[in-house]
Design a protein around this ligand. Sequence first.
Ligand SMILES: O=C(O)C(=O)C[C@H](O)[C@H](O)COP(=O)(O)O
Length: 222
Amino acid sequence: MTQDLTALSSTRDRNLADLLRSGPVVPVITLERVEDAVPLARALVAGGLKLLEITLRTPAAADCAAAIIGEVPEAIVGIGTVLTPKDLERAQALGARYALSPGATPDLLAAASRSEMPFIPGIATASELMAALAHGFHTVKFFPAVPAGGIPALKALAGPFPQARFCPTGGIDEKNAGEWLALPHVVAVGGSWVCQPSDIRAQAWDAITAKAKRAVMAASGG
Ligand SMILES: O=C(O)C(=O)C[C@H](O)[C@H](O)COP(=O)(O)O
């Protein structure tokens, strides 16, 4: 059994590393209306952001993710706000390519370690990171990145865990994304700044494409 979990973990790691190559900026998306899902995903892809995180925070979230998966093949859809093993099952049933959580509970880590789906648990402390690593998850969200201490906190946390890779989210924006991405252990950054609820509500797709383009520029140090 241990052997199987180790093999699963390294396959998951490889698959996740492949997915993250389509980053390094992951828009964190909260959708209220299914009709916004496909145009929003197209706007983000047009701006150069293909790796998406659809949060399971609204009643429409699952239908929105399904619509994007079905109609926007260039988008690589991940499901965020995965809080329980059941949410992880939902993500898999939807055909998502990966899943993310703001946290790392024992139940969720155990379920995710038995699954083939690439999974990024959330951590804000050394103990949470140790639990994630012990379950074979080497790439973690650092959440909430800015309120939890920002870049100095991540640097301190990375010290004892050179094998860990981080995707900070929480307070990241166009202005600081480049600084985070310049850190050696940061493989991607995520955030809702690219697709703010007010822009989605106004169906301001061109504005969202423009923000996505600026995010790509910021990520490349521009
Ligand atoms: O819901 C999840 O799965 C999360 O992990 C949290 C999100 O990544 C952050 O809430 C994004 O933070 P902001 O960019 O500051 O809005």
